[in-house]
Design a protein around this ligand. Structure first.
Ligand SMILES: [Zn+2]
Length: 248
């Protein structure tokens, strides 16, 4: 397994043989939320970011998981290149393959860029995603560059995910002269039930920024020993693992 992107076809084989196939089940994060918390069960999610080809690769990943008997959650980013016709046409495909669709939230960053209300942005995005006919109950924050410069996490829209290390729940954020007051409300007001980052877990492995957060082999070897493992994959880094794009 390569330590960093680009991940190749051989890495996909190893992801399967060394990790996923050794679990009792690989399940979407909604199942973890509903109580499938066994130590030998893997909760798997994909955040589909805005790099070229990310959405096509995610669809190929979804087909591959289906063929291997795995299910997971695909979090779709509302301010991405694929949002719009592509998202509307293919979001239902994830569900057809037994996966869950969630929303990847960048509403506070977009509010600062567009000088708008973040709640209005999320409301719009959720209704667009749900208009594709998919059931959306999970949301997870995207890490935008603005999060670092303006010091916030995109899940601070919700009262259930306070970030005291960043500041008070109702503080003012600023970016290039635009002020955005944080006025968190319950995620339940959006018909959202959970955020995978706030579910309890024994171990976490992610390929954020194209690099495994821990050595892959070490995490794979101790599967089940430290409690339930949650894995985050970004299809953005796996384009070359699927040489022939799978048409949905
Ligand atoms: Zn993201």
């Amino acid at each position: 397994m390569r330590a960093k992107e680009p991940f190749l076809a051989a890495d996909l084989v190893e992801l399967d043989s060394a990790l996923l196939s050794r679990a009792d089940r690989v399940v979407p994060m909604r199942d973890v939320f509903k109580g499938d918390t066994g130590t030998n069960v893997i909760g798997l999610r994909h955040d589909i970011d805005d790099n070229l080809g990310s959405f096509e690769t995610a669809l190929a990943f979804a087909e591959w998981e289906f063929e291997h008997g795995y299910a997971s959650t695909y979090f779709l980013l509302h301010d991405s290149h694929y949002w719009g016709e592509e998202m509307l046409a293919y979001a239902p495909r994830f569900e057809e393959l037994g996966h869950e669709v969630g929303i990847h939230v960048n509403a506070i960053a977009e509010a600062l860029r567009q000088r708008r209300d973040p709640h209005e942005i999320l409301t719009e995005a959720l209704s667009e995603l749900r208009s594709a006919g998919v059931r959306v109950v999970g949301a997870v924050a995207h890490g935008d560059n603005l999060c670092h410069s303006s010091h916030f996490v995109n899940d601070e829209l919700f009262t259930e995910s306070p970030r005291p290390a960043y500041g008070k729940l109702d503080r003012l954020l600023e970016h290039e002269g635009v002020i955005c007051p944080l006025k968190p409300i319950s995620r339940r007001a959006y018909g959202l039930e959970y955020d995978p980052n706030w579910l309890s877990r024994g171990e976490y492995l992610s390929d954020s920024s194209g690099r495994w957060s821990q050595p892959f082999d070490v995490v794979a070897e101790r599967l089940g020993e430290a409690g339930q493992l949650h894995v985050l994959i970004h299809s953005d880094w796996w384009k070359q693992a699927f040489p022939v794009a799978v048409a949905a």
